[in-house]
Design a binder for this molecule. Sequence first.
Ligand code: C2E
Ligand code: MG
Ligand code: MG
Length: 720
Amino acid sequence: MAPVPETHPDTAPPGPDPGDAARDEERFRQLFRGHTAVMLLVAPDSGRIVDANPAAERFYGYPRGELLGMPVSELSLLDQRALAAAREDARARTRSQFVVPHRLAGGEIRLVEAYVSPVDTVAGPLLFAIIHDVTEQVTAEDALRALIERQRLAATVFTHAHEGVIICDPEEKILDVNPMFTQLTGYTREEVLGRTPRVLSSRRHNAAFFRGVWQAVAADGRWEGEVWNRRKDGEAFIVHLAITAVRDDSRVLTHYIGHLSDITLLKHNQETLERLAHHDALTGLPNRTLLADRLEQALARSRRTGSTLAVGYLDLDRFKPINDLYGHDIGDQLLIDVASRLRRTVRAADTVARLGGDEFVIIFADLKGVDECELLAQRVLDVVSAPDAIRGEPVRVTASLGLALFPDDGATPDALLRHADLAMYAAKEQGRNRFHCFEHGSETPVRGNRRERDRLRRALDDDQFVLYYQPKVDLRQGVVVGLEALIRWQHPERGLLGPAAFLPAFNACRLDATLGRWVLRTALAQRSRWFDAGVRARIAVNIAGAHLLSPSFADELGEMLASHSGLCRGCLELEIVESTALVDLDRATAVIEACHALGVTVALDDFGTGYSSLSYLRRLPVDTVKLDQEFVRAMSGGANDVAIVKSVVGLAHAFGRHLVAEGVETAELAALLVELGCDIAQGYSIARPMPAAAVPGWLAAFRPDPAWLRGSPAAPESPG
Ligand code: C2E
Ligand code: MG
Ligand code: MG
């Protein structure tokens, strides 16, 4: 460390007349030594003290000998990085005033205001600091400590935030940005200082948009929304932007702070999800969801124009043997071929959709009459049955096609599809490779036969069904938040059956609501008994979409709630399964609102599987979505699937819904979910569904697994 040459007047060696520079230096030195203000000279690179005046010796309590060569960091409570940045600012003259806590020789901490500017000396460029003790201005010691802590915290949050942060003055001039801002926008701090955030303007919003933004900030002190910006390299990106106006104690505007987070990826995933949700993955044709939309639109048009519309239900003949004989690859290829031939055959205004398997639906729009419909139907059958070769194999299929016409054969999408389906079966029965038009009187009220219906009813009457319960756990808090009722059939001959073995039969016999009522009654009675025994967990009951839409659903639910003791608001949640059956979303919305009025919350089950998808999330006022098991399971598959789950979590949060993950089979998946922001989970790794009698014992023995919180440092160690 090269000390500044000693040139006190009394010790300066006599010599030739010093030049102008030396005279300036001498004057500065006199001022420095004689001034009553605390002054330091600091080396800009090392941050060491090069000289200190007598006032500094008195203030800090160190003799000059100790101060010389001492790093400023021994006085200042700022960290090394912050100090280096401050020195750099002072050297470049971008900032000259700093308020920082300094520690004196005796350990006492004082808040000082330092004015720092660069000076040229014979020993080279130095920083000259004048220091005022401003501690007295901050009265209480506590306030001082809080201020120090806040400053340190704010500085850390600022530099390490995952969001870009911009700080502007009241004229919108940028005063500071953090490193994440640079990462997001490509602009360095120096490039934007003094400019306004308009450097990011993408021209995708007009002036009125920004006027609205600033009006909102002025009125509410805050604005939040999505904004298209442009990076330095010209690429457009979308951010979630939150602007806050900062005012001092006397309500004077001092700063604007903007937080930016990049949601380009989220948007992109959202679009992918939308596409997945509306199209069949194998053939790229519209799926059932999109078909429902298109059919509604086509019907509306026909109603307006008075034209005829036909719904064709097409099923390939003997597709299964082909699949078995040639293998699934060839089978898939055949479906892709059929799909593209169908698409080429129909007219531009028509729609071809795939329902799954070898079933397709065609909407023939704007028909002049039955004759034209029959002509088109025959053309479709001819195209499907044309000889084909797949990878050298000659393959030939035929199809059966059922037709239902609007307005003669039905007025709603549901009725038309059902009738076309029945007509398709008739075409099969008549020998396949043909079309058949729906005939009134041929419809049976239900698909299952009478005997089957009676058998199911009797099993219900005989009390052959039981409910098992599976806990839902808040992984982060380590507490049980609910119990889902899952139905089982204690079959006299076949033993204990899972729902997959019998729910389709209930559905085909239109007994969804009958079964659902039994489940609700049984679960509510169980909840009352548990309540009396001190078990307070919320019960979740699965409700089929068709049952939810049945005419008196909410009234019946209200009566059931009233007839049980120990039931409170929020103690019951309905999980809508088979949400495809929610053909009428307006009605579904009304029923869900009626449930809310009864204090019952509603979840959308199996979210993410094509059917129960984004349109439901957007349009239904559900409280919670349950992430489908397949999604959760796929997460162990790789980064892509994790990214999708992450964006689903983001979407659910964006729409203000709670999120539950089901099918969590390992503690690793649980930890990953916590990390992604999904805290509530259900799955074999926590507990399998169990009989009601086992629940109290399980609850008493429940301990959260510390492994759930691995990778989540902010979470508490191990509660409970
Ligand atoms: P869900 O409502 O999505 O229920 C979750 C299913 O996943 C249950 O199957 C549960 O036993 C199973 N599960 C839970 N954790 C795990 C796990 O970690 N790994 C795996 N592989 N599976 C797990 P379950 O009981 O067979 O029920 C199947 C579906 O049947 C239910 O799916 C629900 O859609 C329906 N269901 C069940 N009970 C009722 C009911 O009372 N009424 C109606 N309408 N449907 C019901
Ligand atoms: Mg469920
Ligand atoms: Mg589910």
